[in-house]
Design a protein around this ligand. Structure first.
Ligand SMILES: O=C(O)CCC(=O)C(=O)O
Length: 237
């Protein structure tokens, strides 16, 4: 098994350096800047675009290109498909931090009440629900870095191994934070961070004047039950 497969299984995250070349990164950055301007009429201060698979065709192409798609299928199984992509940026104009959490929600098209799914939330036109842990365990985030991300510009911090404990309550999160040393995931431009959604993670505000753009693509190797549909999936079902 390659190192990143072993690391992902054991620790819930892994870094693969230099996966994308500079031309690919440049054209993605341009397409995303254009989408940012179109979505909010400005090119500064856009810190997230949440429907990237639909908003930016080159991100949809990236999510299904052999280099990234084969990686997702290798790690999750041959039925893996991209179900959501989000841009996260940090700049002096749009700086932010996130406290320790797991990624517990999925975005879906319409509400269907099913045992084991909930609570539901609707924010800015996006409907989300917490699915059973068995679905989250068959998901993977591939985070593609458009800029160097080091200690100063708000890298993701993770608590290794915490993806193995299912959904965690606040007390358990506090005790795991006391027991496990956090790791900062420095990733150079063109590199990729693989992350299981149940891994406890956080990120600090940036203290750097430069962008920290990450395309975060969620893949799932599981269909949803009883007519529930992923909101952004590029594949049917
Ligand atoms: O990109 C970041 O710094 C944070 C992203 C995050 O917290 C998430 O994906 O849940």
């Amino acid at each position: 098994m390659s190192d990143y497969c072993t690391d992902l299984a054991a620790h819930g995250f892994a870094v693969i350096p230099d996966l994308l070349d500079l031309d690919e990164l440049e054209s993605l950055a341009l397409a995303i800047a254009k989408a940012g301007e179109e979505s909010c009429g400005r090119n500064r201060g856009v810190y997230a675009i949440r429907n990237l698979l639909q908003a930016v065709p080159s991100v949809a192409n990236l999510a299904t290109c052999p280099g990234i798609f084969n990686l997702a299928q290798h790690l999750l199984g041959s039925v893996a498909a991209p179900v959501k992509a989000t841009l996260f940026d940090k700049t002096p104009d749009a700086n932010w931090l996130v406290p320790w959490h797991q990624d517990l929600t999925i975005s879906v098209k319409e509400r269907v009440d099913i045992d084991g799914f909930g609570p539901w939330t609707a924010k800015a036109g996006v409907l989300s629900v917490q699915p059973p842990v068995s679905i989250l365990e068959r998901m993977l985030a591939i985070r593609i870095h458009l800029d160097d991300c080091e200690e100063g510009n708000g890298p993701l911090r993770v608590l290794p191994g915490t993806h193995r404990f299912g959904r965690l309550n606040a007390d358990k999160i506090t005790s795991l934070r006391a027991e496990i040393d956090p790791v900062s995931c420095a990733v150079r431009r063109g590199g990729v961070l693989l992350m299981k959604p149940l891994l406890l993670h956080a990120s600090s505000a940036s203290v750097s004047p430069s962008h920290r753009r990450v395309i975060h693509i969620d893949y799932a190797a599981v269909g949803l039950p009883l007519g529930l549909l992923w909101s952004q999936s590029l594949l049917k079902g």
